[in-house]
Design a protein around this ligand. Structure first.
Ligand SMILES: Cc1ncc(COP(=O)(O)O)c(C=O)c1O
Length: 403
């Protein structure tokens, strides 16, 4: 018998840091787009694992791969070779159109992948004209470790952790002139999320990324994409830059959906840039361990064999139609809708946190970012009927909400 949600919460109150806004629910089981709490209540999860559950909860291929790998070899240090890591590098590299034959570096999370990208850009910059500065976007999000937090252009998240890492500058999204002015001779790289996730689902335009590519080439700076949230199928292609029709970057990184729930991050870089990460310059004990790589290979198998990319595009359009129908129903309550593939935002004219709580009470899990933005990151294998079920719950909640 699982501990009740109430008793679990009491343990948390005494023994666990209170640094997350947690719903008072002890979640005990997940399957696809559904989660169950200790009281046996079922929830439709349209944000599984906050983007980690790209295949939903406990995807069968990933579960089978983890079970098999756990019986053979869980961990060895990166001083040896193991086939799964090399094969995963090959698979990700082959998907990275326009990057030549990029090489992969593996770590355990999104923030570590951001750190790896920033460090590699600096190594390359120092070797190519003593450049060190990194330009990032305002309202971006790259993680919570100090380098990634510094790159995160949101002063409210940085407050209290100063002094931050020196040598960063920020520009507004989709403003070519501001980027041009920021790309001074000491800049090693411009980094951005092709679609800002935590910032409220704000895509960079194709024209902006084309201009960024041209400016970076002209000024001899690198172009870096953080695809931790928007990558690995979420937009309907393996990488979001492909969906946007944007130029390829020099360095790109992923995490979240890559392990199907198991922690793994990956950075890919053009081979001549990857060469800067010489033995001893950077590393991690757990990065790309056999278990994590087995999970990620199973995720790629699922995306390919279950033909999930066209499904994401079709379900994304279905979700978009549903969100627009809600906007017609509640024109005063809904300010804006932004969507690319299965990454969607419903921007309200009032705070979203109470709406999220009411949805949860009614069996639907989504979240709120940037105060007013309801965020949807459904599993890539979500069914149209599940999206309809979620939209119906949200519609009932919005009806009862005083906007
Ligand atoms: C774009 C982006 N980069 C980096 C991160 C940090 O990832 P992690 O929480 O795995 O460290 C996130 C997390 O939300 C993210 O959305």
């Amino acid at each position: 018998m699982a501990l009740s949600s109430q008793d679990t919460q009491k343990l948390y109150e005494t023994y666990v840091f209170a640094n997350y806004g947690r719903a008072p629910l002890n979640m005990v089981r997940g399957e696809g787009s559904y989660l169950w709490d200790a009281e046996g209540k079922r929830y439709l999860d349209l944000l599984p694992g906050l983007g980690v559950g790209g295949l939903g909860h406990c995807p069968p291929r990933v579960v089978a791969a983890l079970r098999e790998q756990a019986g053979q070899l869980i961990h060895i240090h990166n001083n040896y070779l193991w086939e799964q890591q090399a094969r995963l590098g090959e698979r990700l590299s082959k998907h990275s159109t326009g990057m030549g034959t990029p090489k992969a570096f593996f770590c355990n999370s999104g923030t570590e992948a951001s750190e790896a990208g920033i460090k590699l850009a600096r190594l390359w910059g120092r070797a190519n004209g003593n450049r060190f500065k990194i330009v990032a976007l305002e309202e971006g999000f790259h993680g919570r470790t100090l380098g990634a937090l510094t790159a995160t252009g949101q002063p409210k998240l940085q407050a209290g952790f100063e002094p931050l890492v020196p040598g960063f500058a920020y520009v507004p999204i989709n403003d070519v002139k501001a980027l041009e002015a920021a790309l001074t001779p000491e800049v090693a790289a411009f980094m951005c999320e092709p679609v800002q996730g935590e910032g409220g689902i704000n895509p960079c335009t194709r024209e902006y990324l084309q201009a960024a590519r041209a400016l970076c080439d002209k000024r001899k700076a690198l172009l870096l994409y953080d695809e931790v949230q928007c990558g690995l199928g979420r937009t309907g292609d393996i990488y979001a830059y492909q969906t946007l029709g944007a130029p390829a970057p020099d360095i790109l990184w992923l995490a979240k959906a890559l392990g199907g729930g198991f922690p793994i991050g990956a950075m890919l870089a053009r081979p001549e840039i990857a060469a800067e990460l010489k033995p001893g310059t950077h590393g991690t004990t757990y990065g790309g361990n056999p278990l994590a790589c087995a999970a990620a290979l199973a995720v790629l198998d699922s995306i390919e064999q279950e033909k999930l990319l066209p499904h994401v595009k079709a379900m994304g359009e279905h979700l978009g139609r549903g969100l627009h129908a809600l906007r017609e129903r509640f024109p005063k309550k809904i300010k804006d809708i932004r969507r690319i593939g299965l990454m969607a935002a419903l921007d309200l004219n009032f705070p979203g946190v109470p709406v999220v709580a009411a949805c949860r009470d009614n069996g639907l899990l989504i979240n709120c970012t940037h105060d007013t933005v309801l965020r949807f990151l459904p599993a890539m294998n979500v069914a149209a009927a599940q999206l309809d079920e979620g939209l119906a719950i949200l519609g009932r909640v919005l009806e009862q909400t005083q906007g």
